[in-house]
Design a binder for this molecule. Structure first.
Ligand SMILES: *Cc1c(COP(=O)(O)O)cnc(C)c1O
Length: 241
């Protein structure tokens, strides 16, 4: 087997494993398997591996770095056509980079400030569907992590929901890693409770973006509707310099 065929085969096998994990967790939670979307996090991996995942039936991809992400989006649009893939920006976003993200991506998960959402709305090209947004919540309460405190979410959510060229879809979090599945469920449960409260207050949010390679089962048991999985699909990443 050539190296390229080997990569394609391992991505296909890993995707099958992840889909099976999702299906098992959904069964355990008494939820239909299609209630959880799989986002394949392709940061640091070449466009070729995204193409291999697409060939194995994967459609939605997540990127963390603006320059790398925009280059990959452009390369794959050229190769596969404009609407073959759905692109999610899941990394930290500074205001001087919002235009590129508004022009190239379909979703942004890491919104933590109104100013960023306002810029994305103003810069979203008129011919495209509204940009789909999630507010990032600092659910583990560490000062160093990005995302906003849970108490500040309702006001930000109302303000973002009123912007014209974006659509607020839900909440996202990156909980502090813990090994124990039971302990993993606490931050997920808090995020779900916050989403339910926003909906009870009149917002119409359908997305809970939680769960990664190591905690997707715990996230699904607590109501995740979108898991963001990198390592379990593409392998381990080289440490970023
Ligand atoms: C890298 C990353 C992921 C994927 O993490 P894995 O542990 O590799 O599955 C998910 N979400 C965010 C925000 C990330 O930055």
């Amino acid at each position: 087997m050539s190296a390229a065929a080997g990569v394609e085969e391992s991505v296909r096998r890993n995707l099958e494993n992840v889909r099976a994990r999702i299906a098992r967790a959904c069964a355990q939670a008494g939820r239909p398997p299609e209630s959880v979307r799989l986002l394949a996090v392709s940061k640091t991996f070449p466009a070729e591996m995204v193409r291999a995942a697409h060939a194995a039936g994967q459609r939605a991809f997540g990127e963390n770095y603006v320059q790398e992400g925009v280059a990959k989006v452009a390369a794959l649009r050229e190769r596969l056509g404009d609407d073959a893939l759905e692109w999610h920006f899941i990394g930290p976003l500074q205001s001087n980079k919002t235009r590129e993200v508004a022009e190239h991506f379909d979703w942004v998960h890491g919104v933590g400030r109104l100013k960023i959402a306002e810029r994305l709305s103003a810069q979203r090209p008129g011919g495209r569907a509204p940009l789909q947004l999630c507010i990032q919540v600092n659910i583990s309460g560490e000062a160093s992590k990005s995302g906003i405190a849970a108490e500040q979410v309702p006001a930000l959510a109302r303000a973002v929901a009123a912007l014209p060229r974006v659509r607020l879809r839900g909440l996202m979090a990156i909980p502090e890693p813990v090994a124990d599945t039971e302990a993993q469920r606490f931050p997920h449960r808090r995020l779900k409770a916050l989403l339910d409260r926003l909906n009870a207050d009149g917002l119409k949010l359908d997305t809970l973006s939680i769960g990664m390679s190591d905690d997707l089962e715990a996230a699904i048991l607590e109501g995740s509707t979108l898991v963001r999985v990198g390592t379990a699909i593409f392998g381990s990443r080289k440490p970023t310099p």
